[in-house]
Write a protein of this length. Structure first.
Length: 171
């Protein structure tokens, strides 16, 4: 049995959280179940933070050699920054991604992750900020995705699928 309520039809034998819009375009089912929405939100947070972490981790592991660290120190000094900041690459490209993947101190880790990505752009790619590739995409679009993805994770937090279960203010 269907009861019409404005433009929304509610079937009597369906759960109360399912509504069917019988508007002129097509039948659309709308779920207002808060548990489903929470599941989708937490799953999205998990996918975002794990993807960013897994994609950044190999960059940090590649910088584990002393020759790369010496190169980074030279680059920092050339830009007027102290050379010891080169060790920050281990924080921004190894530790922060690992913390984001497991969901522990996710918000601070994501801030460090984003700052690291900004420093990479500044130190290595500052002349290519708005340069386009041959097919129209930005040369630095992946770097921008790291910056903005880190900011998004810092704002969203880890969600329920993390070590703390999303109960800590730092996650």
């Amino acid at each position: 049995m269907i009861a019409l309520c404005g433009r929304v039809a509610i079937r009597k034998n369906r759960p109360p959280h399912v509504r069917i819009d019988v508007g002129p375009v097509a039948e659309r089912v709308e779920y207002s179940n808060p548990l489903r929405a929470e599941f989708m939100e937490d799953t999205g947070k998990l996918i975002l933070r794990v993807t960013l972490g897994v994609l950044m981790l190999p960059h940090g592991m590649a910088k584990a050699s002393s020759t790369v660290l010496n190169y980074l120190q030279g680059m920092l000094v050339d830009h007027g920054l102290p050379g010891f900041l080169a060790y920050g690459v281990y924080l921004g490209e190894v530790l922060a991604p690992l913390l984001m993947i497991v969901g522990y101190y996710t918000r601070p880790a994501a801030v460090v992750f984003a700052i690291n990505a900004v420093l990479v752009i500044y130190l290595a790619y500052s002349r290519q900020l708005l340069q386009l590739e041959q097919y129209g995409g930005l040369v630095l679009e992946a770097k921008y995705m790291y910056v903005l993805g880190g900011i998004a994770v810092a704002l969203l937090g880890a969600g329920k699928y993390s070590i703390s279960g999303g109960k800590s203010k730092w996650d």
